[in-house]
Write a protein that binds this ligand. Sequence first.
Ligand SMILES: NC(=O)c1ccc[n+]([C@@H]2O[C@H](COP(=O)([O-])OP(=O)(O)OC[C@H]3O[C@@H](n4cnc5c(N)ncnc54)[C@H](O)[C@@H]3O)[C@@H](O)[C@H]2O)c1
Length: 377
Amino acid sequence: MTGPVGVGFIGAGMISDQYLSNLTKFPDVEVVILGDIVVERAKSQAEKYGVAEFGTGEDVLKHPRVQVVVNLTLPQTHAEISSQALAAGKHVWSEKPIGLDRESTAALLKQADDAGLRLGIAPDTVLGPGVQTAKRAIDRGLIGTPLFATTQMQYQGPDLFHPNPSFLFAKGAGPLLDMGPYYFTALVNLFGSVKKVAALGLKGRETRTVKVGPDVGAEFPVEVPSTIQVLTAFEAGQQSQSLLSNDSSLFRQGIFEVYGTEGTLIVPDPNMFEGTITLIKPIPGMDGDGKPQEQETIELELEGVVTGRGLGLLDMVRAIAEGRDHRANGKVGYHVLDVMLSAEESAAQGGAFLDIESSVDAIPTMPLDFDPFAQTL
Ligand SMILES: NC(=O)c1ccc[n+]([C@@H]2O[C@H](COP(=O)([O-])OP(=O)(O)OC[C@H]3O[C@@H](n4cnc5c(N)ncnc54)[C@H](O)[C@@H]3O)[C@@H](O)[C@H]2O)c1
């Protein structure tokens, strides 16, 4: 590849704004066409972001200047559309989850490998300065040996703001498959492969209603647990507990704490590219009243350039040019899916621990000099 890499979108819905606002600014990529099954949507997004062409998904697949297809369709069609893009000879960046089942997702990885094409999988938030600064802090030994983590994501649910929320409560979503990728991908970036998981899940309600947009009041079924609690054991010895709930009146999201032998790190929300990173160090000994001393709270400086969605795709196209693996790769996407499906299966069975068969190589930290706004291709 020389010069900016041609990018085409399939799916121009809600999240396309975030991708477009970045990918139209990175010099290493050029968005050449937007496609959607509802062509009007592609047209209005193309006009909004100054993209020259729009059309259907098929128009994107056959476009000669598209080298990477950005798959922003719904989880139910991620694997199918990604497979069509690979078959058309395009690299793929797909929203999460990579697919809905192990078989078709494994086949997708093989298809990409056989064709010598790259498969990149969201989330790329974890490659942003927030989680990456925390990763460097752990690598530098600031909390000693990491022992365990706790993560929390709870609120009333995405039907609060999404005009088309039924897919978020259908098979392939729920808080686990919709939001779990942020938390589990961040955990895998920090601790490596998962060895086993156990989970308990429940449904707060059997049906819900659309709360915003043209379909307000429409009822839809809740197909998967809308609250799930997962216990995870990692190959390297760490453990974590994760609560993901769409049934909580209390809004509490982005809780991600890592506890080590020498301190605790409060990691920013893995669904964000930045945030506050706090290191807590115990102060040894007792104070004058014989009580344990206050802890020392140190705010760490955020390292790197904050951008947004599209960062993982940028790492992927630069990785192709540099002949290295990209960080948000298909193997990571598959492993995270495997962990989440196992958690779902464990919950369905009442909470037994299940072994995870897939694994990933250690994911390299983003280099400090990675500048999304540099022209490198
Ligand atoms: N909305 C968010 O805040 C958010 C955040 C992160 C990730 N995501 C993920 O991004 C993906 C898209 O979510 P969204 O919120 O943009 O949904 P959306 O419903 O707003 O948009 C999806 C778009 O894809 C189009 N589409 C569906 N099937 C298609 C096909 N076969 N060919 C061409 N176009 C097709 C639809 O017409 C629609 O315009 C989902 O996987 C979601 O999990 C969404």
